[in-house]
Design a protein around this ligand. Sequence first.
Ligand SMILES: Nc1ncnc2c1ncn2[C@@H]1O[C@H](COP(=O)(O)OP(=O)(O)OP(=O)(O)O)[C@@H](O)[C@H]1O
Ligand SMILES: [Mg+2]
Length: 310
Amino acid sequence: MSVLEVRDLTIRFGGLTAIDGLNLRVDEWEIVGLMGPNGAGKTTAFNCITGFYKPTRGRVYYQDRDVTKVPPHRKAALGIGRTFQNVGMVKSETALENLLTAQHTRAGYGAPQAIVGLGTVRQREKELTAHAEAILDLLGLADIRDRRIGGLPYGTLKLLELGCALATDPQLLLLDEPSSGMGPEESDELGERLLNLRQELGVTMLLIEHHVPLVTAVCDYVYVLNFGKLLAEGDPDHVRNHPEVVAAYLGGEAPEALAQTETPDDEPPADEAALAKPVKRTSAPRKTAQAKKATKAAPRRRPPAKKEAS
Ligand SMILES: Nc1ncnc2c1ncn2[C@@H]1O[C@H](COP(=O)(O)OP(=O)(O)OP(=O)(O)O)[C@@H](O)[C@H]1O
Ligand SMILES: [Mg+2]
Protein backbone atom coordinates (compact mmCIF):
# COMPACT_ATOMS: atom_id res chain seq x y z
CA MET A 1 0.00 0.00 0.00
CA SER A 2 1.26 3.47 -0.73
CA VAL A 3 1.53 5.66 2.35
CA LEU A 4 1.69 8.83 0.28
CA GLU A 5 0.65 9.42 -3.28
CA VAL A 6 0.76 12.75 -5.04
CA ARG A 7 -1.04 13.01 -8.37
CA ASP A 8 -0.67 15.79 -10.89
CA LEU A 9 0.23 18.29 -8.17
CA THR A 10 0.42 21.83 -9.51
CA ILE A 11 0.72 25.15 -7.73
CA ARG A 12 1.07 28.63 -9.16
CA PHE A 13 2.11 31.80 -7.43
CA GLY A 14 0.98 34.60 -9.76
CA GLY A 15 2.81 33.93 -13.02
CA LEU A 16 5.19 31.37 -11.51
CA THR A 17 4.34 27.67 -11.73
CA ALA A 18 6.31 26.43 -8.73
CA ILE A 19 5.18 22.80 -9.20
CA ASP A 20 3.90 21.50 -12.49
CA GLY A 21 2.07 18.16 -12.65
CA LEU A 22 4.13 16.30 -10.04
CA ASN A 23 3.41 12.60 -9.49
CA LEU A 24 5.19 10.75 -6.72
CA ARG A 25 4.64 7.80 -4.46
CA VAL A 26 6.06 6.65 -1.13
CA ASP A 27 5.35 3.07 -0.14
CA GLU A 28 5.18 1.71 3.36
CA TRP A 29 8.56 1.57 5.12
CA GLU A 30 10.40 3.28 2.28
CA ILE A 31 12.80 6.18 2.59
CA VAL A 32 12.27 8.22 -0.56
CA GLY A 33 14.46 11.15 -1.57
CA LEU A 34 13.29 14.41 -3.15
CA MET A 35 16.18 16.24 -4.78
CA GLY A 36 16.61 19.21 -7.07
CA PRO A 37 18.50 22.48 -7.36
CA ASN A 38 17.57 25.58 -5.34
CA GLY A 39 14.13 26.86 -6.18
CA ALA A 40 13.09 23.58 -7.84
CA GLY A 41 9.90 23.38 -5.74
CA LYS A 42 10.83 20.80 -3.09
CA THR A 43 9.73 22.75 -0.01
CA THR A 44 6.64 23.90 -1.88
CA ALA A 45 5.78 20.23 -2.51
CA PHE A 46 6.06 19.59 1.26
CA ASN A 47 3.84 22.59 1.94
CA CYS A 48 1.20 21.24 -0.44
CA ILE A 49 1.42 17.71 1.00
CA THR A 50 1.13 18.94 4.59
CA GLY A 51 -1.66 21.40 3.81
CA PHE A 52 0.18 24.70 4.37
CA TYR A 53 -0.36 25.54 0.68
CA LYS A 54 -3.47 24.82 -1.35
CA PRO A 55 -2.51 23.28 -4.69
CA THR A 56 -3.92 24.86 -7.84
CA ARG A 57 -4.53 21.36 -9.23
CA GLY A 58 -3.94 17.73 -8.29
CA ARG A 59 -4.50 15.50 -5.30
CA VAL A 60 -2.67 14.20 -2.26
CA TYR A 61 -3.52 10.75 -0.90
CA TYR A 62 -2.39 9.51 2.50
CA GLN A 63 -2.95 5.82 3.14
CA ASP A 64 -5.28 5.77 0.13
CA ARG A 65 -7.43 8.59 1.54
CA ASP A 66 -7.78 11.89 -0.28
CA VAL A 67 -6.33 14.46 2.14
CA THR A 68 -5.77 17.28 -0.34
CA LYS A 69 -7.97 19.69 1.59
CA VAL A 70 -7.23 18.48 5.12
CA PRO A 71 -5.59 21.28 7.17
CA PRO A 72 -2.06 20.86 8.60
CA HIS A 73 -3.04 20.21 12.25
CA ARG A 74 -5.41 17.43 11.23
CA LYS A 75 -2.81 15.91 8.95
CA ALA A 76 -0.40 15.89 11.90
CA ALA A 77 -3.03 14.10 13.98
CA LEU A 78 -3.46 11.56 11.15
CA GLY A 79 0.24 10.71 11.39
CA ILE A 80 2.03 13.04 8.97
CA GLY A 81 5.01 14.62 10.72
CA ARG A 82 7.42 17.13 9.24
CA THR A 83 10.48 19.22 9.88
CA PHE A 84 11.09 22.63 8.36
CA GLN A 85 13.95 23.87 6.19
CA ASN A 86 14.66 26.57 8.75
CA VAL A 87 14.44 25.15 12.22
CA GLY A 88 11.10 25.91 13.88
CA MET A 89 11.43 25.47 17.65
CA VAL A 90 11.30 27.73 20.71
CA LYS A 91 14.87 28.94 21.25
CA SER A 92 14.30 30.03 24.87
CA GLU A 93 13.05 26.58 25.93
CA THR A 94 15.11 23.53 26.80
CA ALA A 95 15.38 20.51 24.53
CA LEU A 96 12.98 18.58 26.79
CA GLU A 97 10.46 21.44 26.86
CA ASN A 98 10.49 21.62 23.07
CA LEU A 99 9.80 17.91 22.83
CA LEU A 100 6.95 18.20 25.35
CA THR A 101 5.44 21.07 23.35
CA ALA A 102 5.70 19.02 20.17
CA GLN A 103 3.69 16.21 21.77
CA HIS A 104 0.77 18.58 22.22
CA THR A 105 -1.22 16.93 19.38
CA ARG A 106 -1.24 13.61 21.21
CA ALA A 107 -1.38 14.82 24.86
CA GLY A 108 -4.95 13.60 25.24
CA TYR A 109 -6.15 16.27 27.67
CA GLY A 110 -7.17 19.91 27.56
CA ALA A 111 -7.66 22.74 30.06
CA PRO A 112 -10.82 21.29 31.75
CA GLN A 113 -9.12 17.98 32.50
CA ALA A 114 -6.04 19.85 33.66
CA ILE A 115 -8.18 21.61 36.30
CA VAL A 116 -10.41 18.70 37.31
CA GLY A 117 -8.23 15.61 37.05
CA LEU A 118 -4.86 16.62 38.47
CA GLY A 119 -3.83 13.02 39.17
CA THR A 120 -4.55 11.94 35.61
CA VAL A 121 -2.74 14.95 34.23
CA ARG A 122 0.35 14.27 36.36
CA GLN A 123 0.40 10.68 35.18
CA ARG A 124 0.06 11.79 31.56
CA GLU A 125 2.83 14.34 31.97
CA LYS A 126 5.10 11.64 33.37
CA GLU A 127 4.39 9.52 30.33
CA LEU A 128 5.06 12.43 27.97
CA THR A 129 8.35 13.18 29.71
CA ALA A 130 9.40 9.53 29.48
CA HIS A 131 8.50 9.54 25.78
CA ALA A 132 10.52 12.73 25.23
CA GLU A 133 13.50 11.23 27.07
CA ALA A 134 13.31 8.07 24.96
CA ILE A 135 13.49 10.22 21.82
CA LEU A 136 16.49 12.15 23.18
CA ASP A 137 18.21 8.81 23.85
CA LEU A 138 17.34 7.47 20.41
CA LEU A 139 18.92 10.51 18.75
CA GLY A 140 21.96 10.63 21.05
CA LEU A 141 20.78 13.95 22.51
CA ALA A 142 20.35 12.96 26.18
CA ASP A 143 23.16 15.37 27.16
CA ILE A 144 21.23 18.43 26.03
CA ARG A 145 17.97 17.47 27.84
CA ASP A 146 17.97 20.58 30.05
CA ARG A 147 19.93 22.96 27.82
CA ARG A 148 18.17 26.00 26.42
CA ILE A 149 18.44 25.36 22.71
CA GLY A 150 19.22 28.94 21.62
CA GLY A 151 23.00 28.51 21.66
CA LEU A 152 23.19 24.99 20.21
CA PRO A 153 24.91 24.31 16.87
CA TYR A 154 22.61 24.29 13.85
CA GLY A 155 23.23 20.59 13.13
CA THR A 156 22.14 19.69 16.69
CA LEU A 157 19.04 21.83 16.29
CA LYS A 158 18.15 20.01 13.07
CA LEU A 159 18.47 16.70 14.90
CA LEU A 160 16.33 17.94 17.78
CA GLU A 161 13.74 19.17 15.30
CA LEU A 162 13.66 15.66 13.89
CA GLY A 163 13.00 14.53 17.47
CA CYS A 164 10.12 17.01 17.77
CA ALA A 165 8.59 15.57 14.59
CA LEU A 166 9.03 12.05 15.99
CA ALA A 167 7.36 13.11 19.23
CA THR A 168 4.04 13.27 17.40
CA ASP A 169 4.33 9.53 16.60
CA PRO A 170 4.19 9.98 12.83
CA GLN A 171 3.70 7.15 10.41
CA LEU A 172 5.01 9.32 7.60
CA LEU A 173 7.83 11.74 8.25
CA LEU A 174 8.70 14.56 5.84
CA LEU A 175 12.21 15.90 6.44
CA ASP A 176 13.32 19.14 4.78
CA GLU A 177 17.12 19.10 4.39
CA PRO A 178 17.82 17.35 7.70
CA SER A 179 21.60 17.36 7.13
CA SER A 180 21.96 21.11 6.56
CA GLY A 181 24.42 22.57 9.03
CA MET A 182 26.07 19.19 9.55
CA GLY A 183 29.61 18.20 8.64
CA PRO A 184 30.32 14.97 6.69
CA GLU A 185 30.68 12.82 9.82
CA GLU A 186 27.51 14.13 11.45
CA SER A 187 25.72 13.62 8.18
CA ASP A 188 26.91 9.98 7.96
CA GLU A 189 25.67 9.49 11.54
CA LEU A 190 22.34 11.02 10.57
CA GLY A 191 22.04 8.44 7.78
CA GLU A 192 22.53 5.64 10.30
CA ARG A 193 20.01 7.22 12.66
CA LEU A 194 17.40 7.45 9.92
CA LEU A 195 17.86 3.78 9.06
CA ASN A 196 17.62 2.96 12.78
CA LEU A 197 14.46 4.99 13.15
CA ARG A 198 12.87 3.06 10.34
CA GLN A 199 13.99 -0.21 11.90
CA GLU A 200 12.92 0.71 15.45
CA LEU A 201 9.76 2.71 14.80
CA GLY A 202 8.70 1.57 11.32
CA VAL A 203 8.47 5.18 10.10
CA THR A 204 8.14 5.82 6.37
CA MET A 205 10.06 8.90 5.17
CA LEU A 206 10.18 11.44 2.38
CA LEU A 207 13.42 13.32 2.53
CA ILE A 208 14.44 16.56 0.83
CA GLU A 209 18.20 16.37 0.65
CA HIS A 210 21.05 17.84 -1.38
CA HIS A 211 23.77 15.74 0.19
CA VAL A 212 24.19 12.90 -2.30
CA PRO A 213 26.15 10.52 -0.01
CA LEU A 214 23.27 10.65 2.47
CA VAL A 215 20.69 10.10 -0.27
CA THR A 216 22.71 7.17 -1.62
CA ALA A 217 23.11 5.69 1.84
CA VAL A 218 19.48 5.76 2.93
CA CYS A 219 17.07 6.20 0.03
CA ASP A 220 15.25 3.35 -1.65
CA TYR A 221 13.99 5.57 -4.43
CA VAL A 222 14.61 9.16 -5.50
CA TYR A 223 12.64 11.83 -7.37
CA VAL A 224 14.41 14.84 -8.85
CA LEU A 225 12.60 18.11 -9.47
CA ASN A 226 13.78 20.96 -11.65
CA PHE A 227 11.81 24.17 -12.21
CA GLY A 228 8.78 22.46 -10.65
CA LYS A 229 8.82 19.48 -13.01
CA LEU A 230 9.90 15.93 -12.42
CA LEU A 231 13.24 15.53 -14.13
CA ALA A 232 14.12 11.96 -13.20
CA GLU A 233 13.21 9.16 -10.82
CA GLY A 234 14.69 5.83 -9.89
CA ASP A 235 17.15 4.34 -7.44
CA PRO A 236 19.90 6.65 -6.15
CA ASP A 237 22.59 5.32 -8.48
CA HIS A 238 20.39 5.72 -11.53
CA VAL A 239 19.44 9.25 -10.58
CA ARG A 240 22.87 10.60 -9.69
CA ASN A 241 24.28 9.42 -13.01
CA HIS A 242 21.33 10.72 -15.00
CA PRO A 243 22.72 13.28 -17.49
CA GLU A 244 19.85 15.73 -17.05
CA VAL A 245 20.19 15.59 -13.28
CA VAL A 246 23.89 16.26 -13.59
CA ALA A 247 23.13 19.11 -15.96
CA ALA A 248 20.55 20.61 -13.58
CA TYR A 249 22.99 20.56 -10.69
CA LEU A 250 25.86 21.88 -12.78
CA GLY A 251 23.61 24.53 -14.28
CA GLY A 252 24.64 23.50 -17.79
CA GLU A 253 23.03 21.84 -20.75
CA ALA A 254 22.59 18.07 -20.67
CA PRO A 255 24.97 17.25 -23.54
CA GLU A 256 27.74 19.34 -21.94
CA ALA A 257 27.22 17.69 -18.60
CA LEU A 258 27.13 14.29 -20.25
CA ALA A 259 30.46 15.04 -21.90
CA GLN A 260 31.86 15.79 -18.47
CA THR A 261 30.75 12.39 -17.23
CA GLU A 262 32.55 10.63 -20.07
CA THR A 263 35.80 9.95 -18.28
CA PRO A 264 38.27 7.07 -18.70
CA ASP A 265 37.35 3.91 -16.76
CA ASP A 266 39.93 4.45 -14.05
CA GLU A 267 38.86 8.02 -13.25
CA PRO A 268 35.81 8.86 -11.14
CA PRO A 269 32.98 10.34 -13.23
CA ALA A 270 32.74 14.13 -13.26
CA ASP A 271 29.24 14.09 -11.83
CA GLU A 272 30.53 12.37 -8.69
CA ALA A 273 32.85 15.29 -8.14
CA ALA A 274 30.16 17.82 -8.99
CA LEU A 275 27.55 16.32 -6.72
CA ALA A 276 29.56 14.76 -3.88
CA LYS A 277 31.93 11.95 -3.09
CA PRO A 278 30.43 8.46 -3.25
CA VAL A 279 30.12 6.55 0.00
CA LYS A 280 29.51 2.93 0.76
CA ARG A 281 25.84 2.08 0.79
CA THR A 282 24.63 1.39 4.28
CA SER A 283 20.93 1.02 3.61
CA ALA A 284 19.49 -2.30 2.68
CA PRO A 285 18.31 -2.46 -0.91
CA ARG A 286 14.61 -1.80 -1.15
CA LYS A 287 13.63 -5.46 -1.46
CA THR A 288 15.72 -6.45 1.54
CA ALA A 289 14.26 -3.62 3.57
CA GLN A 290 10.78 -4.80 2.75
CA ALA A 291 11.69 -8.40 3.45
CA LYS A 292 13.05 -7.46 6.87
CA LYS A 293 9.70 -6.05 7.80
CA ALA A 294 7.97 -8.94 6.08
CA THR A 295 5.36 -6.66 4.56
CA LYS A 296 3.42 -7.67 1.51
CA ALA A 297 3.85 -4.33 -0.22
CA ALA A 298 3.68 -4.56 -4.00
CA PRO A 299 7.06 -4.12 -5.63
CA ARG A 300 7.54 -0.69 -7.14
CA ARG A 301 7.18 -0.70 -10.88
CA ARG A 302 10.00 0.97 -12.75
CA PRO A 303 9.13 3.07 -14.59
CA PRO A 304 5.84 3.54 -12.73
CA ALA A 305 2.65 3.00 -14.66
CA LYS A 306 1.10 6.21 -15.87
CA LYS A 307 -1.24 7.48 -13.19
CA GLU A 308 -4.76 8.53 -13.94
CA ALA A 309 -5.42 12.24 -13.90
CA SER A 310 -7.63 13.17 -10.96
N1 LIG B 1 4.57 31.58 -0.87
C1 LIG B 1 5.19 31.79 -2.02
N2 LIG B 1 4.91 32.85 -2.81
C2 LIG B 1 5.53 33.06 -3.98
N3 LIG B 1 6.48 32.26 -4.47
C3 LIG B 1 6.83 31.18 -3.75
C4 LIG B 1 6.21 30.88 -2.48
N4 LIG B 1 6.75 29.73 -1.99
C5 LIG B 1 7.67 29.34 -2.89
N5 LIG B 1 7.71 30.21 -3.94
C6 LIG B 1 8.57 30.09 -5.12
O1 LIG B 1 8.46 28.76 -5.62
C7 LIG B 1 9.72 28.31 -6.12
C8 LIG B 1 10.10 27.04 -5.43
O2 LIG B 1 10.50 27.35 -4.11
P1 LIG B 1 10.88 26.22 -3.04
O3 LIG B 1 11.13 26.93 -1.76
O4 LIG B 1 9.85 25.19 -3.06
O5 LIG B 1 12.23 25.66 -3.66
P2 LIG B 1 13.18 24.53 -3.06
O6 LIG B 1 13.29 23.46 -4.10
O7 LIG B 1 12.74 24.12 -1.70
O8 LIG B 1 14.57 25.31 -3.00
P3 LIG B 1 15.75 25.28 -1.90
O9 LIG B 1 16.64 24.12 -2.28
O10 LIG B 1 16.43 26.59 -2.12
O11 LIG B 1 15.14 25.15 -0.55
C9 LIG B 1 10.69 29.45 -5.92
O12 LIG B 1 10.79 30.18 -7.11
C10 LIG B 1 10.06 30.27 -4.81
O13 LIG B 1 10.44 31.61 -4.87
MG1 LIG C 1 13.51 24.27 0.16
